[in-house]
Design a protein around this ligand. Sequence first.
Ligand SMILES: Nc1nc(=O)c2c([nH]1)NC[C@@H]1CN(c3ccc(C(=O)N[C@@H](CCC(=O)O)C(=O)O)cc3)C=[N+]21
Length: 332
Amino acid sequence: MIITKRIQMAKIIDGTQIANDIRNELKVKIDKWIQEGHRPPQLTAVLIGSDPASCTYVKNKMKAAVEVGINSITKNLSPDITEEELLQVIDDLNNDDSVDGILVQLPVPGHINERRICNSVSCDKDVDGFNEKNVGRLCLDMNTLVPCTPLGVQELIRRVGVDTFGKNAVVVGRSKNVGMPIAMLLHADGRNDTCAMDATVTICHRFTPPEELKRYCKLADIIVTATGVPGLIKADMIKPGACVIDVGLTRIVNEATGKAKLVGDVDFEGVRQVAGHITPVPGGVGPMTVTMLMKNTFIASKNLAKKSLPKNEVEKVRQGTEQGNQNKNKKN
Ligand SMILES: Nc1nc(=O)c2c([nH]1)NC[C@@H]1CN(c3ccc(C(=O)N[C@@H](CCC(=O)O)C(=O)O)cc3)C=[N+]21
């Protein structure tokens, strides 16, 4: 007797399609916002130098902005710009009322302190969620601007309907901008935060021995990998039916043709025969990152509009303060 094992292939999560759906929803909301008398949200991207990957990402972001009705500007700066000059550019954007969102494309050149730059972006306009105050707020389950890639991963998992409550999740990679905040969102407490996912989370990283990585992955209902190591996650590491989200993005250049190919961390062809859901690369998390940037820009824009009272109101507040100061002076 011949026994044929039917292989149930994983459902491929179409990140491009889901990102498009969200952009359409966002466009409706932004159109309504503008009809109500507000100016369009504004995003300024700061791009230092002309790294081809960075240029592609920024171009994708600008294209998405147009689609949803966000005004966007890219500030192209010389790779020789000093840290002080860059801080001045950011300070000007912080103080510019026509700017709602500021994004400094990373990585910045080696002579510039990245942390100092991220912290210089006003928390209200920090659409990347990289300011340390916003990172702290995220860790405390407080309302804040959340980094775009983690938000995109969360939204993908939610939209495909994968349950995370009490499930085992493994995050592979512990970078501060991706792995760490994804782990934060996955384990966050739903009693504090409606966006929380309540999973049991394990973070694996470069010093996790390969056999341990495999052991943890095998237990996982959800695997999110963000290492930049092509082929790291293989079929024999996957629990049947698991949801596999590939954040890895490595450019491999074919020596013969000179053409670049994008690959993730997951052995896609192998893993799709075991997993329940899987994201492709490209066309998985990447488009979601871009879309979440648009979402964050709209949130920042609404928050800033709420903060800036109408002119006559501002005048009243100012006079009130002056009155207060005068009284204080009298007492002195
Ligand atoms: N301040 C800052 N914020 C970021 O959010 C940020 C950053 N710096 N530096 C670099 C990473 C990476 N990143 C991506 C954006 C779009 C795609 C994307 O659109 N990917 C497409 C393919 C793009 C292509 O063809 O090259 C896809 O995966 O389908 C990927 C990655 C944002 N990042």
